[in-house]
Design a protein around this ligand. Structure first.
Ligand SMILES: [Zn+2]
Length: 302
């Protein structure tokens, strides 16, 4: 089947999926794919550089799997580094990806965040090949380009303005990717529960920072996070609730003196002196030093 038709249908289908799931898509959907004129199009598979059977020449997606080295996926100039398959630049997977670079073919980039959960960005283009480092450089570009896929062969492909646009979009995507990764690791560590009240509804949970994120492109640090329900996240951020370095919850003095309905009474005042509900794994527990620092600010607010 015609490559461009498959590719555009794949992008349309991804749009539909992201309306349903948001930024983080389930492996099961991506690997079973969709049906186009009676033939199945899969978007992800066992190999990082993925070409579904239905198309011949170029891959459709590139995937960095869960637990891969996070920092390796960034280049110094603001793009995504994508490691070769193996160490042989002439491996057939590396060759078809290089062909996609030469022919300016739009691809999908998947980044595993947790088992079965993938962040997706598209269209992405391979813009540089670095055999010395056994890696390609990948840039995210504007969705609107896909309406005129032939425009991607435009003359100014390598111009400064195109580079600036791609760097801007890639930076935005990386920031979003980092936020989603943080959410997945933190909420996952707490078994999808609120650390204050035990609420077990992921759709009502946030990953909150103990100390605001200084290194937004760095490794998402679970020990700087707390899985909190929406109300407790807001209460923690506005210093109505605090957590001391011994994992004990405090309630601000003026809040304790208020009188109101059950949310105040049970949802806030009732947490006083409770122990934080901690992650199963010891290494995921919140960093006590950061908690101490944050608790000082809570005390000052009271
Ligand atoms: Zn809660």
């Amino acid at each position: 089947m015609h490559d461009e038709k498959v590719r555009l249908s794949a992008f349309d289908w991804l749009n539909e999926l992201s309306l349903r799931y948001g930024d983080v898509l389930p492996w099961a959907e991506l690997s079973s794919g969709f049906v186009l004129e009676g033939e199945r199009v899969t978007l992800i598979g066992q190999k990082g550089i993925w070409k579904p059977k239905i198309i011949d020449r170029y891959p459709i997606s590139i995937t960095t799997s869960v637990g891969g080295p996070y920092k390796d996926s960034m280049t110094n100039d603001g793009f995504i580094a994508y490691a070769y398959r193996g160490t042989d630049p002439r491996h057939s997977d590396n060759v078809i990806l290089r062909n996609a670079m030469r022919d300016r073919i739009p691809l999908i980039y998947f980044r595993g965040l947790a088992i079965g959960k993938y962040f997706a960005a598209w269209p992405v283009y391979v813009i540089h090949d670095d055999p010395g480092r056994l890696a390609f450089t990948v840039a995210v570009d504007d969705h609107s380009l896909l309406e005129h896929i032939e425009r991607t062969s435009e003359q100014d492909w390598d111009s400064e303005s195109v580079l600036i646009r791609r760097r801007y979009i890639t930076t935005e995507v990386r920031t979003r990717l980092h936020q989603r990764a943080f959410r997945e690791v933190v909420i996952g560590a707490y078994s999808e529960r609120c650390a204050f009240c035990n609420l077990h509804h992921p759709e009502l949970l946030d990953a909150s920072h103990i100390i605001p994120d200084s290194d937004e492109w760095g490794e998402p640090e679970v020990t700087n996070g707390l899985s909190l329900c929406k109300i407790h996240h807001a209460a923690f951020d506005s210093n109505i609730l605090g957590v001391d370095p011994d994992y004990r919850i405090s309630v601000r003095e003026d809040i304790l003196r208020e009188k109101d309905g059950p949310m105040l009474r049970y949802g806030l005042q009732g947490l006083r002196g409770h122990q934080l509900i901690l992650p199963r794994k010891r290494q995921d527990w919140p960093d006590r030093e950061r908690l101490g620092e944050r608790f000082k600010r809570f005390r000052e607010a009271g």
